[in-house]
Design a protein around this ligand. Structure first.
Ligand code: HEC
Ligand SMILES: [Cu+2]
Length: 359
């Protein structure tokens, strides 16, 4: 093949890159608002897609007319005299004002209708209420209907409306689980609300979306959408936590370290025990959580727990877990203890525990 063929191939490179970039948005990436799984994210996505379509068509018409005019009315050899000067054409001017006004109405009014739907506060017996509190750099999820608190992993029943009350304990954060809904700021001293709903069971990724300090990018979360029956079992397992009465061996020794003076229990709560600290995440059910340190270390296995307990400041510099150095023996026992504190694991949780990087 001659030089022409090679040039043609080179010209295909940007085309291929552009296609890859465009198609990339359609893949099954875990954290994407294009892969909308509930009515809120679907409305938000369709607003974006419809606007892009409409504006794309207008863009093509305008660019087409410019190119047409440039070619059709270009200067030709032999044309020396100035073209006829036109000044004002009321009919044309009124026409384009009307077209623009209609276009704007089309852009503004349908999304306005969706805005009212999104701004509703869901009511009724099936609504689940969750209070979301952003902390540097982890998420607290309170379930006032069921009287328990958890962290970094929000569980919701599939198909139910969930009412979120979002606030912050320190600086401004932003709650974001893109497959389910757009962002909502978590502002200290203020409660912002939105409703969310997931129609497809699964484990959805999310994270803080407002720069909130050094470890902002490690302030992640998971939303586990499971069947209402599974959700109920998960709630029950929080209301009847494992506790420490049955522990033996390493797990019991680990609890003794946890419960010892000046250690873990100063900052962490484990329901059903006398550990009632509130500086750090509630660790009830930590043995079934999908990641460690707000999903910075995934999966939540012995190795990652060990990495965290060896030096939390090395994993997340500046975070509030400042502890004296633990011995290898203490770490081994603490891991056994933490892993004993399980909650109900639905099929979605089990699948994510086995394959943590899949969606
Ligand atoms: C001074 C307060 C403090 C003490 C003491 C403390 N922690 Fe923490 N812990 C935290 C904070 C804050 C976080 C959240 C860190 C982050 O993700 O930014 C945390 C996170 C964790 C996590 C991860 C939880 C999750 O859901 O991601 C585990 C596990 C943990 N701590 C175990 C322990 C153990 C075991 C001890 C005792 C050896 C301990 N902590 C002592 C404050 C503390
Ligand atoms: Cu944040």
């Amino acid at each position: 093949m001659g030089g022409g063929g090679r040039h043609r191939k080179v010209a295909l490179v940007p085309l291929a890159l552009a296609a890859a970039a465009l198609l990339g948005g359609c893949g099954t990436y875990p954290q994407s608002d294009f892969n909308a799984v509930g009515p809120v994210s679907q409305l938000q996505r369709s607003a974006l897609v419809e606007d892009m379509r409409f504006l794309g068509v207008i863009g093509i018409i305008v660019i087409g007319l410019v190119i047409y005019a440039a070619i059709r009315f270009r200067h030709r050899p032999g044309e020396e005299e100035t073209p006829a000067q036109v000044e004002g054409n009321p009919r044309l001017e009124i026409a384009w004002w009307v077209v623009i006004a209609l276009g704007l109405i089309f852009l503004v009014v349908p999304p306005l209708r969706d805005e009212f739907v999104l701004a509703q506060t869901p009511k009724g017996p099936d609504v689940v209420h969750i209070k979301v509190v952003g902390h540097q750099w982890w998420w607290e999820f309170q379930y006032p209907d069921y009287q328990f608190v958890t962290a970094n992993e929000m569980h919701i029943p599939v198909g139910a409306k969930v009412d979120l009350q979002v606030t912050s304990a320190d600086v401004i954060h932003s709650f974001w689980a893109p497959n389910i809904a757009g962002t909502l700021d978590a502002i200290p001293g203020r409660v912002n609300t939105e409703w969310i709903q997931a129609d497809k069971p699964g484990v959805y990724w999310g994270q803080c979306k407002e720069f909130c300090g050094l470890n902002h990018a490690n302030m992640r979360l998971r939303v586990v959408a499971e069947s209402p029956a599974d959700f109920q079992k998960w709630v029950d397992s929080h209301q009847h936590p494992v506790g420490v009465a049955q522990l033996t061996g390493d797990a019991l020794a680990g609890w003794q370290v946890f419960d010892g003076p000046g250690t873990c229990k100063n900052c962490h709560t484990i329901d059903g025990t006398d550990a009632k600290g509130i500086i750090g995440p509630n660790l009830t059910g930590i043995g079934s959580r999908l990641g460690v340190a707000a999903m910075t270390l995934v999966p939540n296995d012995a190795q990652n727990l060990s990495t965290w307990l060896h030096d939390p400041q090395a994993v997340k510099p500046g975070n509030d877990m400042v502890i004296p150095k633990l011995t290898e023996q203490q770490i081994k026992e603490l891991i056994a203890f933490l892993q004993s504190q399980k909650t109900y694991e639905s099929p979605q949780v089990k699948a994510a525990l086995e394959n943590p990087l899949a969606q």
